[in-house]
Design a protein around this ligand. Sequence first.
Ligand SMILES: C[S@@+](CC[C@H](N)C(=O)[O-])C[C@H]1O[C@@H](n2cnc3c(N)ncnc32)[C@H](O)[C@@H]1O
Length: 466
Amino acid sequence: MEIQKQSKQQQEFALASMTELASSSSSSSFCSDSQSVPVTARFSADNGVVELRFNRESESADSISVDVKTARLFKLGGLQSVCITKASGADTGKEKYSTGVTVQFRNEEESRAFHCAFEQWKKEVTVQGTLLTDGAVTACKSKFDDKIEPSSAKLYFHYYGQLLHQQNMLQDYVRTGTYYAAVIENRADFFGRVVVDVGAGSGILSFFAAQAGAKHVYAVEASEMADYARKLIAGNPSLGEKITVIKGKVEEVELPEKADILISEPMGTLLVNERMLESYVIARDRFLVPNGKMFPTVGRIHMAPFSDEYLFVEIANKALFWQQQGYYGVDLTPLHASAFGGYFSQPVVDAFDPRLLVAPAISHVLDFTEIKEEDLYEIDIPLKFIASVGTRVHGLACWFDVLFNGRKYCTKVAYNCPWCAYHPLVPITLCSVSATLCGGRTRNYWPAPDGCPQCSELHCIFNFVS
Ligand SMILES: C[S@@+](CC[C@H](N)C(=O)[O-])C[C@H]1O[C@@H](n2cnc3c(N)ncnc32)[C@H](O)[C@@H]1O
């Protein structure tokens, strides 16, 4: 496909031909198309104005320029589209759209890529604060907009737009190393394939896919981090030439082709809390070929009651402040019960010793290849435990793991069990454990919910940055 990404400011497409539609107010530069003369369409941005210029490199070097802000692109047929733009002076009320160019693409892939680029450049206009007056983009509400409050989405993407937070994730070596191992050990799943990195952040997973021989990787990222990812790609040209960053939400962007495999790191607190799994599933439905692969493939939430007197006392002590009767002459005790209840309604986010568990865990499986997005809105997990010891239960411990169901099981992993140096011959899983009274953040444990298969050790080895 001939998409030449010169820079963020320019993008050029080769066309089979083009014809300018007759306009009542302007003289037509092109009344007929010619197959013999190279025809190109180039997007460019200058000072927030995005222009689309159709060029025919004839002797007279004809060109037609379109302001992307006001232009609309419609498909006429498989390989033909028309780009309509407001004529200048159209606000006379007579005629709203009066110039147009019919373009003929050389093949469907190029047609899709052009339409995708058109939407992207239109968004650039919106993002740069030059709001569309005809609502072409703003009126198009996506599933994301339906679900997430605009203010909360803004905060969310602002957070991920900062290098600091991406660095935290990159420095979580269990997380990043596990992804690296999952991709590289399963390079057969990536080699020669089209990959979509869902929520690419810095683009690290796209680089892994490129290293594994992907044919092309589309790195979709909605936050400002997309611009940093482009920089990183420009600085790593041999891998970067296989990666295209698409700035936008996976619920909204268009891609020029379907993906053979999706890669993503959509896990949040207790797997589902960040609600990014929903975007992962939407990306599956929008971009993945039937029976395409997903890395990760399956997630599991595990729960078991635990008994931890020390933790209980530690939390209870936090409310002791409110037992003061003479705090600068004020009796705080009327608020003690509320403070006590408040502390115990918060999840305690920490690692715990699995020996504190008092019953076998119940596991809830989420198969990302099959689950419906709606199934993630509300998750009911019936709990019934039979305690193996007679003791006081202080709370519910919850943890999760995900599985990368690659073609080849891991034969070498990035780490050994820190206690007995065992190398597992198991599918790679990324596992995290959190001790909670009712919820919790995550920490990474030796990567199997039952501990190291050899020594059964389960102690926490790394923090998972959530
Ligand atoms: C947990 S981070 C992972 C980043 C990167 N893939 C990595 O592994 O280091 C999730 C990323 O997905 C992006 N993201 C979340 N929801 C998205 C959506 N609906 N569309 C596009 N990007 C999204 C966030 O901005 C964030 O950069």
